[in-house]
Write a protein that binds this ligand. Sequence first.
Ligand code: ADP
Length: 308
Amino acid sequence: MNTPPAVEIDGLVKSYRNATAVAGLSLRAERSQVTAILGPNGAGKTTTIETCEGYRKPDGGSVRVLGLDPIADARTLRPRVGVMLQSGGVPTTVRAAEYLRVMASFYARPLDPARLLDTLGLTGSARTPYRQLSGGQQQRLALAAAIVGRPELVFLDEPTAGLDPQARHATWELIEGLRAAGTAVILATHYMEEAERLADHVAIVDHGRLVADGTPASLTGTAGQLRFRAEPGLDTDGLLAALPAGSAAKESPAGHYLVERPEGIEPQLIAAVTAWCAERGVLAAKLQIESRTLEDVFLELTGRELRD
Ligand code: ADP
């Protein structure tokens, strides 16, 4: 029999008393991959993850985790699945190292707690009681607790929210190490840079549904942009005529020029733009080549209006 995927969600529906949080979401996450779930606040990410963790019962559709039912098979799944809780559940007086040692003792083949503390920059806080740790330190300890049992699958809900750059990079390296060791990582995040760097697979959810999914490269596509600054009022129609078919050129705002091409920016296009400028004695300043980012795609799909 084929090994089941890490997570398979089919038509998940979950409502709270007055709101539909998840409205028919389907999603598959593979083993040995990082799957990032992106979505505006209220999109249903946490509800979806909590359903996979067995904390919530679906109203409709199905959820399989490592081929099993998160609620009915909870006892079988517990040692195989890591869960990073946002907060709570930790006795406030327990010291960081002691907490991690106790967590490790629940598993057959745990990672070395002291090494894990070191990897996450918590060695200096090993003897600090939980309640005296900073928010970022508590968060890293929660991450350590989620992975100390060498899970096959780990759910991380915004693991780097509010961390300083050093701690964020340490967390990223840890997640890359998990993937290399074969762990499936399901990561809910608001940081597009994080998703772009870490994710093999990105799922964008909004209003409780999947609105796009694929590799970061397949979502951003090949489209490219070339920007430059020059004197206002250049003849953009004339510029366009000098460019390969399919390009677009506009000036907005005054003195800021943008050339776009769905197939991406090629060397010939750059040469055509700079030659056109040179023939007119125009200096193209601050010339930049950019591709579409995951953030551009995210905002196109989910809109720019603020959410609660
Ligand atoms: P996200 O994690 O993407 O921000 P959530 O799954 O937390 O989304 O929330 C989805 C929707 O469900 C939101 O409208 C939220 O207000 C609502 N919701 C979440 N948790 C509860 C709850 N315990 N009781 C009632 N409504 C909830």
